[in-house]
Design a binder for this molecule. Sequence first.
Ligand code: PA5
Length: 429
Amino acid sequence: MGNIKLNFDNMGIANAQIAGIEDKIAAATKAMDEKRHQMAWRDLPHNQTAVVEEILAYVAETSPKITALVVLGIGGSALGPIALQQALHSPFYNHHKQFRANAPRLFVLDNIDPATMADLFALVDLNATLFSVVSKSGATSETMAQFMLVKDLLEQKMDKEKAKNHIVCTTDSQHGNLIKIAKTEGYKTFHIPVGVGGRFSQLCPVGLLPAAFTGLDIKALLKGAADMDKICQNADYMANPAFAFAIYHYLAMEQGKNITVMMPYVDRLKYMSDWFAQLWAESLGKDGLGQTPAKALGATDQHSQVQLYVDGPRDKVVVFLGVEKFDADIKIPKTFNDMPAIGFLGGHSFTELLQVSQKSTEYALTKAGCSNMTITMPQIDEYAMGQLFYMLEVATAFTGELMGINAFDQPGVEEGKNALYRHFGKPGF
Ligand code: PA5
């Protein structure tokens, strides 16, 4: 199993600039070490043997009884599961049995648009659906409102004793109302460990449970993260991809590059950009600082946004996400030999076309003096995804240290949540 590789050659940052912040890097490295015990998410690859067995046993028992799994969650409770599902399954997974073997269809309801919800409830058979309620706080209005609706719909359809088998809750083991309700109602529960915040929770039951239901190898996912953890403990930042990612981004921010664009050249990694956008924005957007994450997909957005990236303001870093080996390849037929302007494509493969498209965009950006870097995965599998999730989490935490901010709270989000509570008259607000 190969490792993911990062390349910073096109960042336009000289070694002397890195040397100029050596003290800051040393302090951040020390802090990462000293504060490790406060970052419970860093232990997730290592301390979940029993949890994994419990998940697998629950899935083995429940999966044959259901045709759909509906995740109710938002933000960190939804974006990781979506990214992982999209990365490791066919985009047509939900459309046809051939793409999901005997696994249930997976829907992640991460918004409260009533039209979407009405369509979903018209689509799924409640008798054969499991609803997975995911909320660290057990308080988020969107998720709790959905949970209240689902509980009501189930109890209208079947007796209470039966309905409870259609709900599983993933939440804090002690705090919040969801755990209280789950205990009273007798729902199956999984826990988000203390010290694991929403956007850092992908590698606990938040991500593992839906992954196991759709047949993914969650042990390989955790193994990839565990191996990346070893790499990310290297104090030499040139041998530590997470620290290097953070250092280059930090220096780019110092140069006024206020935007970072994640641009996968792989359909299956499209939703990694959404997951990363939350991680980067919610962790680092504080105290008047931060870098706005943007999303693009190659080659599609070469024909949409790349003009701006190449020729617009020099305020961006573009992070290319590529893969060495696709699951499938297709040859372009050798037709139109009499028309060289089209015929030149014949005989090449779509892998080659996509990879050369990425290289060409890298070239155009570099020539125009725009910072860009690449993350290359050997292939897209559970192991490599575990590496990628974990590396980006450590990179975010390390960037927070360089910036001198707390990457693990989200006062701006809480402010909005509290305003909503006030509006609806929630006691205490
Ligand atoms: O990362 C975070 O902490 C947030 O994005 C949360 O995941 C989001 O607000 C949902 O919160 P909860 O899991 O408590 O319902």
